[in-house]
Write a protein that binds this ligand. Structure first.
Ligand code: GLY
Length: 386
């Protein structure tokens, strides 16, 4: 058993852990990441929509503020990573078209449009004909849609590679093992022990293990993050050069109550997602999942059946009770959280890195991230009975 010490130890090497480690190292902290496979996780599956406006939901207006703030940071964030690493992130300002296939879908989209307008967001209602003029591959039955030019995309796999490279350049140390247990010494998080028995000491520990964040042994019950896995199955197709441009922007819809989206990359990849399933830590790709995605995507864009299907994969979103992330210090001194990003992990990467670096440096969250303190879920411990 050996013991190595860092200022900041990040548990989890997905995009949230990596951006936290990178920003921490930039602030001068000796930083380490523990993960058996850094750069894995949900970002390897995600489509990478930066969809603050089209993924707006009732009751999530506070989260909208964080989503929009992170979306605004994306151009500079992507440029900084590219300049540092020489890697292109596939940041594409192509916009999104959310369409309706029947009267129910149209009513749903009208409601979304009203909510967007109340929230001061830019989106334009289009007739079915106008939608097809923008995207000729759309089905003739499309009844209308919302054009949102501000919802962009990034390639999460490229983003991951760039974050790994940026971490390496900044001197982040990688421990390729599982974190088995949080070590608490005199009521303070003091590091972790890995499955091979190595003790990794740290001044501060950041738990950023996605949907696994609630399972680290040794974390006191009161601060254990209430995250759960929400499975998403995703397909990747390839658009042959002769069909290009197949779609020029992200196209999405709610079909029979399920979200389906088609995200076209500049390199010809077409990502179709995603199911939303509460099945525990199961990442099996099922015939039913693939069938439903293809069926729904085919209703929107019939021509997809011509395209090669190149990959099927499932990932786990880290869901939280209010669909918003848990960021910053916990009630246990020395332990911080960066988890629970649910549907918005890729979108929230830039602001999470900044907020966590601020919290690691000052002990507090910056103003825009304060509502996302993990303490919102432990409040009842300090409340007095009425
Ligand atoms: N934000 C897309 C998804 O979670 O499927």
């Amino acid at each position: 058993m050996s013991s190595r010490t860092s200022d900041v130890l990040v548990v989890g090497g997905g995009i949230i852990g990596l951006v936290t480690a990178w920003r921490a190292a930039q602030r001068g902290f000796a930083t380490a990441v523990v993960d058996p496979e850094p750069g894995g996780g949900a970002a390897q599956v995600a489509a990478g929509m930066l969809a603050a406006v089209t993924e707006l939901h009732y009751g999530e207006q506070t989260l909208l503020g964080l989503n929009l703030a992170s979306a605004r940071r994306y151009p500079d964030f992507a440029a900084e990573l590219t300049e540092l690493t020489g890697l292109d992130l596939g940041h594409r300002r192509c916009g999104t078209l959310a369409v309706a296939l029947d009267a129910d879908d149209r009513a749903h989209l009208r409601e979304l449009h009203a909510l967007q307008q109340q929230s001061g967001l830019e989106s334009e209602w289009l007739s079915g004909r106008e939608c097809r003029r923008l995207e000729p591959m759309l089905a003739p039955g499309v009844r209308g849609g919302l054009r949102v030019d501000g919802d962009h995309q990034i390639d999460p796999r490229r983003l991951t590679r760039a974050l790994l490279a940026a971490c390496e350049r900044a001197g982040v140390v990688f421990h390729r093992d599982w974190a088995e247990r949080l070590d608490v010494v005199r009521d303070r998080a003091a590091g972790i022990t890995t499955t091979d028995g190595t003790r990794l000491g740290a001044g501060q520990v950041v738990l950023a293990a996605g949907s696994l964040s609630g399972r680290l042994a040794g974390v006191p019950e009161a601060v254990l993050p209430p995250v759960r896995p929400v499975k998403g199955q995703v397909l990747r197709l390839t658009v042959p050069q002769r069909y290009a441009p197949f779609l020029s922007r992200t196209v999405r819809a709610v079909v029979r109550g399920s979200q389906v989206y088609l995200v076209p990359r500049e390199n010809g990849e077409l990502v179709i997602g995603a199911t939303s399933e509460e099945q525990g830590w199961d990442t099996t790709v099922t015939a039913g999942g693939v069938y439903e995605l293809l069926r729904d995507a085919h209703e929107l864009v019939p021509g997809i059946t011509e395209l090669p299907l190149t990959e099927t994969r499932a990932g786990l979103r880290p869901g939280s009770p209010d669909n918003a992330p848990l960021l910053g210090p916990t009630e246990l001194p020395g332990l911080l959280l960066a988890t629970g990003h649910y549907r918005n992990g890729v979108l929230l990467t830039p602001i999470t890195g900044d907020a966590m670096a601020h919290a690691l440096t000052t002990g507090e969250l910056p103003d825009e991230a304060r509502p996302f303190t993990p303490r919102r879920f432990t409040k009842h411990l300090t409340e007095q009975p009425a």
